[in-house]
Design a protein around this ligand. Structure first.
Ligand SMILES: [Zn+2]
Length: 423
């Protein structure tokens, strides 16, 4: 686990270096100065909206998230240890091997794996998504509501996850040597299918979606949508306030299920200028085909990940296969190791995945500014989002840990846009 130690040190350095950064990257074109708009002081004015206390709180919440990436990986490691070294895997295998059909065995082994993994990670899960969220005032759910949603998630995982893994093991048995090429194809297809059905079958399990309420807000949003070729029937609102006070909107689905959804917190807590700025950003994701771009990027990441698993798994089995009673890749008893390697790969790839997502977010930001022409709306929303996203991180810290631009980056871009479009 030398690499984990290294990551820890890296994390620590980033957190320390993030503490003292200042605004430097602003160049004001000469003609702008004639309009008496000082970009730097406009940026500072926005950044000072957050009180020192609020900033400290949001920094603490966000930086805690860096450690959680590591801790969540360590929990997967503990789960693999319980299964392989403590013998839970052997015990489950004895039960599922009463079935004759190999696919049925694999299906039941996987269901057992997910159930035990859920139980073993429950203390961390309850801390991260219930107690921690309440401590920072970010959740509106009582324990019963939280647990209900969490169990719905578990049922979805049991159904979809075990079918996916059964299909993966079919690929492993049928093509053997090149299983990882076919396996990454299976996972990518599964990803596409999940994105396709999510807005229709998964999201409605947690929230009620309906067409936008009539009024000025709807007219303005749909006018921007029409100007960019997005059909009006693809814009929805949903009741996220039952879960939290966070403002958000998103683009989901593919092809016939693609849609933009904005939540009721955005509608209730924000001005028309702010809502327009957010929705123009979401239109950017839609118009720039970011979902399709993501699928391509992530299929490549999965492909490399499976090649990595194929390489390490064989080495690990050659050394510990007898001790762990794993015969080879096609043995379902190797699933805890398979998932551990997959988690390790994604843990190490965190900066890569964050950069892919963030680069699309930056594109959508520019699209949004140009479309809504509401730099102040955009800057003030960026400040509202900064109640739970560190406002002013170091450059390196933002590069590694941020999947969206920081508040400071967004306010800077918005004010520079404003300074160059003042009339
Ligand atoms: Zn976005």
């Amino acid at each position: 686990m030398k690499r984990s130690c290294l990551t820890l040190i890296l994390l620590f350095m980033v957190i320390v270096s993030g503490a003292n950064t200042s605004i430097t990257d602003s160049t004001i074109p000469e003609q702008i100065k004639e309009y008496h708009f000082d970009t730097d002081s406009a940026i500072n004015e926005y950044l000072s909206v957050l009180t020192a206390e609020e900033k400290e709180k949001s920094d603490r919440y966000f930086e805690g998230g860096y450690w959680l990436i590591l801790i969540e990986f360590l929990v997967v490691l503990i789960i693999a240890w319980v299964f392989l070294s403590l013998g839970l895997s052997k015990w489950i295998k004895r039960i599922v091997f009463k079935f004759k059909n190999v696919n049925v065995r694999n299906l039941f082994y996987t269901i057992f794996y997910f159930l035990f993994a859920y139980l073993l990670s429950f203390p961390l899960n309850i801390y991260v998504s219930f107690f921690r969220e309440h401590r920072y005032g970010l959740s509106n759910m009582n324990f019963g509501e939280w647990l209900t949603e969490d169990l719905i998630g578990l049922v979805l995982l049991l159904i979809a996850g075990s079918l996916l893994i059964m299909a993966l093991y079919i690929a492993i048995r049928k093509v053997q040597k090149n299983w990882w090429i076919w396996g990454s194809g299976v996972l990518t297809l599964f990803l596409i299918l999940t994105i396709f059905i999510a807005p229709v079958f998964i999201s409605p399990l947690f929230n009620e979606y309906k067409p936008l309420e009539e009024g000025k807000i709807k007219d303005e949003i749909l006018s921007m949508a029409r100007a960019n070729g997005v059909p009006a029937k693809n814009v929805y609102q949903f009741d996220a306030s039952k879960q939290s006070n966070r403002i958000s909107a998103n683009v989901s689905g593919i092809g016939s299920t693609i849609r933009i959804s904005l939540n009721d917190n955005l509608l209730n807590q924000c001005s028309l200028e702010e809502i327009k700025a957010v929705m123009a950003h979401e239109l950017g994701h839609y118009v720039l085909n970011h979902i399709y771009e993501m699928i391509i990027y992530f299929s490549i990441i999965i492909f490399i990940g499976f090649a990595f698993i194929n390489w390490v798994f064989k080495k690990a089995i050659a050394k510990y296969g007898k001790k762990w009673k794993i015969d080879g890749l096609s043995d379902i008893g190797g699933l805890p190791l398979f998932i551990l390697l997959f988690s390790f790969y994604f843990f190490i790839a965190t900066p890569v995945t964050n950069n892919i997502i963030r680069s699309n977010e930056v594109e959508a930001d520019y699209f949004g500014l140009n479309t809504a022409q509401e730099p102040d709306g955009f800057a003030s929303v960026a400040m509202k989002l900064s109640t739970y996203r560190k406002i002013n991180p170091g450059k390196f810290e933002e590069f590694i840990f941020f999947d969206h631009p920081s508040g400071k980056s967004r306010v800077t871009v918005a004010m520079q846009w404003k300074s160059e479009h003042l009339e």
